[in-house]
Every structure is written in structure tokens, then in C-alpha cells.
Design a protein around this ligand. Structure first.
Ligand code: PLP
Length: 423
């Protein structure tokens, strides 16, 4: 067994559900990198997480040993590729506790999932004079598709407000929903504020008025257990790359009754059962929404990412990341002129901050020189930061399973140094 293979399998059955951050770091080759001659301190997992060896090897193995097209070959290789592709679908079904694999649709990522629903379900149910509700804290991916749909349909888009602390103001929700409301779509965990929204309660309120709900779970799946049956959400979408999997693969979950009534998103091979010159007959779920050759390799390599999360366990993940977040918050609050944006009592793994008298971009550039990768700017939530908080952006540090208290200490030290240079 090579060293690399050992690192791929270091979490064996004997230490299942244990949490040793150094052991976990060993699974991620990129964490050995140096940037500007400093060890890389990667604090941008909300943008994309790093990939464990098991995912990297699965990609390699796929192209070395399995590559062929799915659902169309009668030869062995094609059947094996199809089996591996469908195994991940079943894995995802279990992971989010969906009832059927027909409710699990492969998409490119969260953006693609929202666009699919807005362009098919939204297109079918929203008409002139109707309204769609989202929140002020949505990522552009869960805002622009609904804005464009409403514009196209001459419908209204309404925003659930966000308060100073970073929580949704839900007092007015019952009044906001009326008989012309066709959809409510909202983020589970804000990528900018870190707020964990009370989606179960919101879904209950919307359902009591007959309104279907879509959840953007891009930032929750890496940190929180998702159970679509318990939540009773109608649609839910997330990206593989934010949960230690490859880029270019994501999941859209939809309740079968809605997916059945929706028109296909795109047309072509795979999504048809037969075609005549007079027209096509569409395939059954989930293939009706998977036109063309899918992203087979990344779907196959997504499975070990989910297995890693399951192996570590959400309790260990939350305990570890919460301790990083509370330590970072406490230390950051002690630095003069630093203000944390997003102070909800219910937060996950994201710390956004601004520096009095300095632009976030300058802080980010200095931190990069010190080896620290943080995100600066609007984080694809421009209306939230500009129009609600009146800010030109924030610096955002976000944590994953591989980050350490030492890294947080180093961040705090570097923020202090950078602030002294800038202010
Ligand atoms: N929604 C949220 C809350 C996000 O944080 C992101 C990515 O940052 C997205 C949607 C879009 O995800 P993707 O770019 O993978 O489609």
C-alpha cells in the first residue's frame, strides 16, 4: 500500500465517529501547500471545500478503469459505469433521507438546481399578478433566477427582511404570504452571515397556506444533517464541491408529485423514452431532468465525499466547527476597530467582519501575503451587504472539518498585524 493509499483510508472502522483534526488534515493533500513561503491556512471553505484523497483517487480511478457512457451501453464497462453513477444517487438518497432515488436529480450545483426549479416549476405556476417570496440574505443564485422569473411573468418578488443581528424577521411572514403567493425559496445557512435559518418552522407556515418551499442547502449540507422528509421541503439543492466533493456536480431533491408535473428543463438524449418525427415521449424520473451525457466522473467521485462526512459524523463536525467559530468570534471581538457582521445566536462556521477605516479587499490581500486564504467582497450577496448593512463588502473566514485552533490563532494575530498596517 502506498503512502497516498494509506492517507485515503486512514479513517478505518476502529476510529469511526472519532474526531482527530490532524488525522483529518492528513486526508487532504492540498493542506501541505505553502503560499508566499508560509503554510497555507485555508479559511474559505464556504466558497469551496478542499478535496480528500479518496475523492481525488475516485476521479483518477474512474478515468483509468471505468470511463464509458451511462445508461446506453450493453457492454461490461458501460454497465459498471452506470452502476457506479447510480450508486452515488442511492448514497445521496440515504444521506438526505429522501424516499426515492427518482427524487434525486443530478445537476451542476446549487445555481443549476435553483435555475432548474425556477425555469420549470416556477414557469408553470407563476403568472401575472402572482408573487414569489425569498429573503434579503439570499445568495445571488437563489435571488436572480426568481427576480428574472417574476420580471418575465409580471409577478412580484417579496423579500423577508433581515435584522441588524443577522436573523430573518419572521413576524410579518404570515401577512406577506397571500393567495397569490406561488413559491417561497430560502437559504438554510447564510454564506455571508452564517445564520442558520429556522427552515422547518418557515416551511410549516408556508405549507399551512398551501405554498411550496425550496431550500438552498449549499451552506448547510457541509455542517448540518439534512432530512428532507422531516423538513417536509418541496425542493432542496446543494453543491458537491462545498461538501468535500468535486466541482461540477450537485443535487436537486424534489418531491415526486412536483417533479412529475414539471416540464423538462432541457431537451435531448437521456431525457426521452422514444422520439418520433411527430415528437418525443419523455423519460421517467429522474432522467426526465438529465438531458445529455451527465457529469459521470464527478458524480462517481462524490460518493467518497459523502462517506467521509458520514464517517466523521455531523455531531463531531458541528462540535469541532462550533468551537472554532466561538473561539474566533471571541478573539476577533477583542480587536479594536473590528466589527463582526452576522451575530445570530444560531450560526454555522462563517465569520464575516469589517475593519473600521480599511477596505476588506486590502485586508484580504495582506492576509494572503501571510498565507491565509479568506474571501473578501460581497460574497454574492450584494443587496444584503450594500442595501441592508450599507457595507462595501466584508472579509469572510469560513471553517471546515480540517481547520484548527492554531490556524484561528494565526488568523487573529495576522488580522491585528494587517490592521496596524492599514489603519
Ligand atoms: N447558495 C449559497 C448559500 C452559496 O453559498 C453558494 C455558493 O457560494 C451558492 C448558492 C451557489 O453555489 P454554486 O456556485 O456551487 O452553484
Amino acid at each position: 500500500m502506498s503512502t497516498d493509499d494509506k492517507r485515503e483510508t486512514i479513517l478505518d472502522e476502529s476510529n469511526k465517529n472519532s474526531f482527530d483534526v490532524n488525522e483529518i488534515r492528513n486526508l487532504f493533500p492540498i493542506l501541505d501547500l505553502h503560499v508566499h513561503d508560509k503554510p497555507l491556512v485555508y479559511l474559505d471553505s464556504a466558497a469551496t471545500t478542499q478535496k480528500p484523497f479518496s475523492v481525488i483517487r475516485a476521479l483518477e480511478r474512474y478515468y483509468e478503469q471505468l470511463n464509458s457512457n451511462v445508461h446506453r451501453a450493453i457492454y461490461t464497462l458501460g454497465e459498471e459505469a452506470t452502476a457506479a453513477f447510480e450508486e452515488t444517487r442511492e448514497k445521496v438518497r440515504q444521506f438526505i433521507n429522501a424516499e426515492k432515488t427518482s427524487e434525486i436529480i443530478y445537476v451542476k450545483g446549487t445555481t443549476d438546481g435553483v435555475n432548474l426549479v425556477a425555469s420549470t416549476f416556477g414557469e408553470s405556476v407563476v403568472n401575472s399578478g402572482d408573487n414569489v417570496i425569498i429573503t434579503q440574505m439570499e445568495h445571488h443564485s437563489n435571488m436572480v433566477p426568481w427576480q428574472m422569473l417574476c420580471k418575465r411573468k409580471n409577478a412580484e418578488i417579496k423579500y423577508i427582511p433581515v435584522d441588524e443581528k443577522g436573523d430573518l424577521v419572521l413576524d410579518g411572514l404570515e401577512d406577506m404570504i397571500n393567495e397569490r403567493t406561488r413559491m417561497l425559496s430560502l437559504v438554510h445557512v447564510s454564506n455571508t452571515l452564517g445564520t442558520i435559518n429556522p427552515i422547518k418552522k418557515i416551511i410549516e407556515i408556508a405549507h399551512s397556506r398551501g405554498v411550496p418551499v425550496m431550500i438552498d442547502a449549499a451552506q448547510s449540507v457541509p455542517h448540518l444533517k439534512i432530512d428532507v422528509v422531516d423538513l417536509d421541503c418541496d425542493f432542496l439543492t446543494f453543491s458537491g464541491h462545498k461538501v468535500y466533493g468535486p466541482t461540477g456536480i450537485g443535487i436537486l431533491y424534489g418531491k415526486e408529485k412536483f417533479l412529475e408535473m414539471m416540464p423538462p428543463y432541457q431537451f435531448g438524449g437521456e431525457m426521452i423514452i422514444e422520439v418520433k418525427f411527430s415528437g418525443p415521449k419523455f423519460n421517467e424520473l429522474p432522467y426526465k431532468f438529465e438531458a445529455g451525457t451527465p457529469n459521470i466522473a464527478d458524480a462517481v467521485a462524490f460518493k467518497p465525499a459523502i462517506e467521509l462526512v458520514e464517517q466523521i459524523g455531523y455531531k463531531n463536525i458541528a462540535d469541532h466547527e462550533n468551537s472554532l467559530l466561538s473561539f474566533a468570534t471571541e478573539m476577533m471581538e477583542g480587536i479594536d476597530g473590528i466589527r463582526i457582521i452576522g451575530n445570530s445566536d444560531n450560526k454555522a462556521a462563517v465569520m464575516s467582519f469589517v475593519i473600521e477605516g480599511a477596505h476588506p479587499y486590502d485586508m484580504g490581500t495582506l492576509l494572503d501575503q501571510m498565507g491565509i486564504a479568506v474571501r473578501t467582497g460581497f460574497h454574492c450577496t450584494q443587496p444584503l451587504l450594500e442595501e441592508v448593512y450599507g457595507l462595501p463588502g466584508t472579509v469572510r473566514a469560513s471553517f471546515g472539518i480540517y481547520n484548527t485552533i492554531d490556524e484561528v490563532n494565526y488568523l487573529i494575530d495576522c488580522v491585528k498585524r494587517a490592521r496596524n498596517m492599514l489603519v
